[in-house]
Design a protein around this ligand. Structure first.
Ligand code: SF4
Ligand code: SF4
Length: 406
């Protein structure tokens, strides 16, 4: 553990937005994917939701508002590409098969390996390709030599032998539908989540394949291989929120994160600060709206988790979420949950009023309380209903989804 004075210095710098995260290098240890909640559901028989899929209680729920039979079918179907093609596209298997070319290529036989003489231009082009493959935003980060955000083991408890020469992560964000998310915790919100994962799969599979066709190594990853949120923060895509998720300047928390690790030399982005940490200290809306009370109400972050769970990794100055009770709620709900994403004041579609709010949150932090109050006020207006749960029936009937303009 580092000295108290060093911790204090890190805390101050983090709260002022001078550093993207504060890590006690004496305490923090690399994490195993097996100890994440989705890993533990499979092996940890002491966990209350051990081997319990979130749709376990669907027979009791089906027919209730927001939990239709079609909704359940669409929710499960939305994961199809992510769940069923991971083997084909070689992720979840770092260092081994993940470098294998998936598709036969004639191109590499007739063209030489791409030499990135102009790294800046190459980086811009890679980002553009990422957008064509479905990312709403792409950032680059260079991996630290001690790989703090790369998992030690996969979910099968096999050590990850991460290749030394793979030094960069292309981090891609996939936007989720705002209207669907507003119905959380009912099924339309779950459908846009699964849809986000399947589109992640498309983006990383295509990006990895392109890198291989240029003659470089590529390791595509969804939630596996490395911690997505800190990698996205390092890649300049956003900041940590109180609920442990990424908050981006444009989409708030309305994104899924995927990444492709590569040895193609790229220009890393710099972390951004747009006032999230200070705002989260005051806001606490996600904590108040969490049905399982899994989010901390503490004003300041802490170095250790206040929750009794091995799925939290101590040694980072942040707000820890109780993922055990969170997932348990998903099982009880018979669908996943995005309430904390829905209520977050940053999770709004683009628009002039939000641009103004974001400008003030970034530059005039003494007004944060007023913006939280404004967000609460807007929640009361029937035509805005900021952060309020939307009626799922209204969502299904929305003309937007029938190809007509609302
Ligand atoms: S996903 Fe739902 S249950 Fe989990 S922390 Fe967020 S609000 Fe709470
Ligand atoms: S709801 Fe408020 S406290 Fe929670 S992550 Fe969003 S801004 Fe931070």
């Amino acid at each position: 553990m580092i000295e108290n004075s060093q911790r204090l210095h890190l805390e101050k710098s983090f709260k002022k937005g001078k550093i993207p995260f504060a890590i006690d290098k004496g305490k923090y240890k690399r994490f195993s994917d097996r100890d994440t909640i989705f890993g533990r559901v499979v092996w940890d028989d002491s966990y209350i939701a051990h081997m319990r899929p979130i749709t376990e209680r669907a027979p009791n729920k089906v027919g209730k508002k927001g939990y239709s039979r079609i909704g359940y079918a669409a929710q499960e179907a939305s994961w199809t590409i992510y769940d069923h093609f991971s083997g084909a596209f070689n992720w979840n298997s770092v260092g081994g098969d993940s470098d294998k070319k998936v598709l036969p290529t004639q191109l590499f036989n007739i063209l030489p390996k791409f030499e990135a003489s102009d790294i800046k231009t190459t980086t811009e082009l890679v980002k553009r390709v990422g957008q064509i493959f479905g990312a709403c935003k792409v950032g680059i980060t260079e991996l630290d030599p001690d790989l703090p955000f790369i998992f030690t083991h996969n979910r099968r408890n096999e050590p990850l032998d991460f290749p030394e020469e793979v030094k960069y992560a292309i981090v891609m964000l996939i936007e989720m539908d705002y209207q669907a998310l507003k119905t959380s915790p009912t099924l339309p919100a779950s459908i846009t989540t699964g849809n986000g994962y399947s589109r992640m799969a498309f983006a990383i599979a295509c990006m990895a394949e392109m890198l291989r066709k240029l003659g470089y190594r590529a390791i595509p990853a969804g939630n596996d291989t490395g911690l997505s949120v800190p990698l996205a923060v390092k890649a300049g895509l956003g900041q940590f929120g109180r609920n442990g998720l990424l908050i981006t300047p444009k989409y708030g928390q309305r994104v899924r994160i995927c990444k492709v690790f590569t040895d193609l030399p790229l220009l890393p982005d710099k972390p951004v600060d747009f006032g999230v940490t200070q705002f989260c200290r005051i806001c606490k809306k996600c904590a108040k709206s969490c049905p399982s009370q899994s989010i901390s109400y503490e004003t300041d972050p802490t170095w250790e988790s206040p929750w009794d769970t091995i799925s939290n990794n101590n040694g980072t100055y942040k707000w820890y979420a109780n993922v055990d009770t969170c997932y348990d709620y998903w099982v009880k709900n018979s669908a996943d949950c995005s309430n904390c994403i829905r209520v977050c004041p940053f999770t709004k579609p683009p628009g002039i009023s939000h641009e103004v709010a974001r400008f003030f949150i970034k530059h005039f932090r003494f007004l944060d309380r007023m913006w939280v109050w404004m967000d609460d006020l807007m929640a009361k207006f029937p035509w805005w209903r900021y952060g309020k749960k939307e009626d799922p029936e209204k969502f299904w009937r929305s003309k937007k989804y029938l190809g007509k303009k609302t």
